[in-house]
Write a protein that binds this ligand. Structure first.
Ligand SMILES: [Zn+2]
Ligand SMILES: [Zn+2]
Length: 666
């Protein structure tokens, strides 16, 4: 027998009998064997104990530094969880599926159970203790390959009917698998593809986080199961840091802060996913939108307004209907023939504005912009405060240009998106090219148009020297796009700004311009939204800043607090002066103690407080406090006013705090 193992460094090892990755690791060095967690054989994840037979195998040993290894660790943790559940709650516990989660911010794995009992949050620590016991038993995790029939019988014998059902499904495959892999650790048996850690003792740092309901196979007609979520890491320290991040995210939850700071409201009476902007939130949003509007005017955009609904036929032409009807509110039918749709996108309306007249090449590019309201029927389980909603706004624009102008226009859209993100301190981002997946037929238009559009966006990001990755299948249905994926201060990644190139809608709507040759030509369209949507963007900003917005966005910028009734008159004068200077001010001249007033303004995350006592009234100054930096000392009124104005105008590039403590504003 000849078993040849190719290692990543190009070297090979030859054996005359089947060999496991673990043994190869030992032959390389005992240290590597100790560090190895799992293996990758010919690109596929495998157990360290897997036997590699006759032939040549490419082998990579995975240690705790490989992402693939973490997945094996977390998946093994889910088996240990299932074993602990059976030990605690008896053989009536049915375990269904238990995958590792690698892209979730909170959770690293889950297992779904059909339980004879209910499981509370308090029970989880008991389950953790049992898991710890299983870990200390260092049970070897063995793989058994058996026939379908035997696998079915063995799982049914131990009362695991969901597993038996899964095996029945596998048996219906064309062709059905020759064998099924079962895994055993101590008394616990599970059906699983693997791989897993070599023994339960290698699991070091794990935590169960919460329970939730989940339908069997994700289908609401099926039984509701109990999902237990947890996470696991190689090092206890990594786990600790992760749990601290989850806790921090919980404190920053924009739905909680939104209520506390009077920013927005989702009212049952109005409907789920339809947020209402409260006065403080509306001010914040207005600042953001006004700033963007001014930027757009500088950049040659023309504002337009369009209605919230349009005829069904309009969306038949655009391709939104009936193709995307599942993600939209049902149409409003006036008669059998005549129907209207809440607009899912603004493009068809803007296209009509373009079409209202004839255009010469000299007028292009034409850039029509609108903060346009759109409606999507998101599943109720997906709704989340301002971040996932059914009615929202897009900071939308459509650029109609010639193909010669296209790349310069894309570039200027990239520039605007970067300006937005940089100004808000969201500087940790990457770029993803959303391309079509040629195997799926959800896209409209000709293949050569797609090729061209994909080439255009790639050119631009390459020329700008931006780091980017390709994402097949992430395109809009009419064209490819550049998406900005932004990391917030907790390291969570959000898709914000988007720039999309479209040769297809101009064709469907027969758009034209007259070229220098006096003949009609087809323009290209860019759809772009630097924020994406103000709702979602602000939802993310609330969490990023934990509600402590930079001065220029803060609903209340200065709280003027009088120390006692005697200083009320002067406090009112100070408030007036600040208002005259264009600042948003709240005057607290109530009879409360000054300490309580300061606490209140700090809780509301008001950036600055002007404390007015007898001394300040006499000297004509203010005692300045900052929400996080605390006491900033006494200032004369006018320099204080102009420092605040500078901070607003520079969007925080200059501020009252010393340079070293500027980061304290977040
Ligand atoms: Zn498994
Ligand atoms: Zn559009």
């Amino acid at each position: 027998m000849n078993v040849t193992i190719q290692l990543p460094d190009g070297s090979t090892k030859v054996y005359d009998e089947p060999v496991s990755p673990y043994r190869v690791a030992q032959d390389i060095s005992p240290r590597l064997a100790k560090a190895a967690v799992a293996a990758e054989v010919d690109g596929q994840p495998r157990d360290l104990a897997a036997l590699l037979g006759e032939g040549t195998h490419r082998l990579r040993l995975l240690t705790d530094r490989d992402a693939g290894a973490l997945e094996v660790l977390r998946h093994t943790a889910s088996h240990v969880l299932a074993q602990a559940m059976v030990r605690l709650y008896g053989p009536k516990v049915q375990y269904t599926i238990g995958p590792a989660l690698m892209d979730d911010f909170q959770y690293g794995f889950y297992y779904d159970f059909d339980l004879p009992n209910s499981l509370s949050q308090e029970d989880l620590s008991k389950v953790e203790q049992e898991m710890q016991r299983i870990i200390s038993e260092k049970l070897p995790i063995e793989r058994l390959e058996v026939s379908l029939d035997e696998a079915r019988r063995r799982m049914a014998d131990i009362g695991q009917h969901y597993k038996a059902e899964m095996i029945d499904d596998l048996a219906k495959g064309q062709p059905p698998p020759a064998t099924i892999s079962l895994y055993r650790q101590g008394e616990f048996l599970d059906m699983c593809r693997g791989p897993h850690l070599a023994d339960t003792g290698r699991l070091k740092a794990f935590k169960l986080i919460t329970t939730a309901g989940a339908y069997w196979r994700g289908d609401e007609h099926n039984k509701m199961l109990t999902r237990v979520y947890g996470t696991a890491f190689f090092e206890p320290k990594q786990l600790e840091q992760h749990l601290a991040r989850i806790e921090e995210a919980r404190k920053r939850d924009h739905r909680v802060l939104g209520r506390q700071l009077g920013l927005f409201l989702v009212s049952d009476a109005v409907g789920p996913g339809l947020p209402l902007w409260m006065p403080n939130g509306a001010i914040l949003r207005m600042q953001l939108e006004n700033w963007l509007r001014a930027e757009l005017l500088k950049r040659g955009y023309q504002p337009v307004y369009t209605p919230h609904i349009g005829k069904l036929d309009l969306y038949r032409t655009s391709g939104h209907y009936p193709y995307y009807k599942d993600s939209q509110f049902p149409p409003i039918m006036l008669s059998q023939e005549e129907g209207y749709l809440l607009k899912p996108m603004n493009c068809p309306h803007h296209i009509q504005i373009y079409k209202a007249g004839q255009h010469s090449y000299r007028e292009l590019p034409i850039r029509l912009s609108e903060f346009g309201a759109v409606y999507r029927f998101e599943q109720s389980g997906e709704l989340n405060g301002l971040i996932r909603v059914r009615g929202f706004t897009q900071d939308d624009a459509h650029i109609f240009c010639t193909s010669q102008q296209l790349e310069a226009e894309i570039e200027s859209c990239v520039d605007l998106t970067k300006l937005v993100l940089d100004t808000l301190g969201l500087t940790d981002y990457r770029v993803r090219l959303g391309l079509r997946d040629a195997t799926v037929d959800k896209y409209i238009g000709k293949s050569e148009n797609w090729d061209l559009a994909e080439e255009n966006i790639r050119h631009v990001v390459q020329r700008l020297g931006m780091d980017y990755t390709d994402a097949r299948g992430e395109a809009a249905f009419y064209g490819p796009k550049i998406d900005f994926l932004v990391k917030d201060c907790l390291g969570r990644e959000w898709q914000l700004g988007t720039i999309q190139v479209d040769y297809n809608l101009p064709e469907r709507f027969e758009l034209e311009y007259i070229g220098p040759d006096n003949a009609p030509h087809r323009p290209v369209m860019i759809h772009r939204a630097p924020l994406g949507s103000p709702e979602r963007f602000i939802g993310i900003l609330i969490e990023h800043f934990a509600g402590a917005f930079p001065l220029w966005l803060s609903p209340v910028q200065v709280a003027v607090l009088s120390v006692s009734e005697k200083s009320n008159d002067y406090a009112a004068q100070v408030a007036d002066r600040l208002r005259q200077a264009g600042l948003r001010v709240e005057l607290d001249d109530s009879s409360q103690k000054i300490g309580a007033k300061i606490r209140q303004a700090t809780l509301q995350k008001t950036p600055y407080m002007a404390v007015i006592g007898a001394r300040e009234a006499q000297a004509g100054g203010v005692a300045v406090r900052h929400r996080t930096a605390g006491d900033l000392g006494a200032r004369s009124l006018e320099p204080f006013v102009s420092a605040l104005r500078d901070e607003v105008e520079s969007k925080g590039k200059t501020n009252l705090l010393s340079p070293g403590s500027a980061s304290g504003t977040i």
